[in-house]
Design a protein around this ligand. Structure first.
Ligand code: KG4
Ligand code: ZN
Length: 348
């Protein structure tokens, strides 16, 4: 057996209880218990419901991860947990559990940044992350362009969304179209039957003056309002709403801006590796557009199941921290719901 360290990764920042085991770069187990079904009727994640679900799911998910990997807890060399950003109560469940395990097993604890973990997961699939890299992180809570010089210590934001996150825009527009939550997969599926050029929806922050003030930033709330107006106009005029065309045209507007700005950030910074992560990275149109347009760049996107929240991403970042000899986080670390993106390791 390899003597690389065995790292347990724990993720509870939103509605997925993710627990995984990674040895070096090998993913031994990745178990996810999602409470998404409990949030569907509310049309979004309800923090208290998510926290309770994490509490109930934690122990069985941990047991399943160990069984899948064929290891026992005493084999674990280090524990990594998402310390933030995320929902405070949800984060607290994972952080408290990780503290308990670290104390009981007498192993080092790493409280890591959720966004850096979304970037780090790719090394499990495509090999060690080239540094420097540009990362496009697009999820339900975040849309950021990051300059990653060192995934353990030097992650700088280049830009972020000024309003809605990309995934949030998918979720809100899906609701308008009468599609289920979470909206991303539903819009992705419906859009396959629609025409992406049917409606010219606006591309946020791409006007010439934005190129100066908000070159690497995003904005999706204007797009969402444009979809609302377009649907209202249809209703007023008694026209049937072409749902698939609206889905395809909306998705095109989001994917177009994300891809355009991500590729331009690489060119601006003179960096030829682009890593894409977060739930929206599962989007088929985003992936296809990157394929079409990223000539000369190495684009790394993990498979869809590793784009949405999971424990593997946390274990993967933990494994890099351990390998590079980074000192562990003090055992008394707290959860930080608004942990800044450039703080890879909490408490530093
Ligand atoms: O990374 P993630 O699992 O959780 C957060 O950290 O937020 O991302 C969830 C988001 C949701 O907004 C969901 O609608 C979106 O990712 N999403 C997608 C797709 N699959 C998930 N958006 C577009 N296309 C998809 N195929
Ligand atoms: Zn996430």
């Amino acid at each position: 057996m390899s003597n690389e360290p065995l790292v347990l990764g724990i993720e509870t920042s939103c509605d997925e209880t993710g627990i995984a085991l990674v040895r070096g770069r090998t993913l031994l187990a990745d178990t996810v218990a999602s409470s998404v079904d409990e949030h569907v009727r509310f049309g979004g994640v309800v923090p208290e419901v998510a926290s309770r679900a994490h509490l109930e799911a934690f122990a069985p998910t941990l047991r399943r991860a160990c069984a899948d990997a064929g290891v026992s807890l005493s084999d674990v060399d280090a524990i990594a947990v998402t310390a933030g950003p995320g929902l405070a109560g949800a984060l607290l469940v994972g952080v408290s559990a990780a503290q308990g395990l670290a104390l009981a097993l007498d192993r080092p604890l790493y409280g890591v940044n959720h966004l850096a973990a979304h970037v780090a997961v790719d090394r499990l699939v495509h090999g060690e992350l080239p540094e420097p890299a540009i990362a496009l992180l697009v999820s339900g809570g975040h849309s950021s362009l990051l300059s990653v010089r060192d995934i353990t210590s030097d992650v700088e934001p280049l830009g972020a969304t000024l309003d809605d996150a990309a995934g949030e825009a998918f979720d809100k527009v899906a609701r308008l179209l009468g599609l289920p939550f979470p909206g991303g997969p539903a819009i992705d599926a419906l859009a396959r039957e629609g025409d992406p050029d049917a409606i010219a929806f606006p591309r946020g922050l791409t006007l010439p003056r934005d190129e100066v003030d908000h070159r690497h930033d995003f904005s999706f709330s204007g797009l969402k309002t444009a979809v609302v107006r377009w649907i209202d106009a249809c209703r007023r005029e008694g026209r049937e709403i072409p749902l698939a065309d609206v889905a395809a045209s909306f998705q095109e507007a989001v994917a177009d801006v994300l891809v355009r700005k991500a590729i331009r950030a690489c060119r601006d910074e003179g960096i030829d590796t682009l890593v894409v992560g977060g739930g929206v990275a599962a989007n088929s149109r985003l992936r296809a557009l990157l394929d079409d347009r990223a000539e000369g760049l190495r684009v790394r996107i993990p498979p869809a199941r590793l784009c949405t929240d999971n424990g593997a991403m946390v274990a993967s970042l933990g494994a890099v921290l351990v390998e590079r000899g980074v000192a562990a986080t003090p055992l008394g670390l707290g959860a930080d719901s608004s942990l800044p993106v450039d703080v890879v390791l909490a408490g530093r």
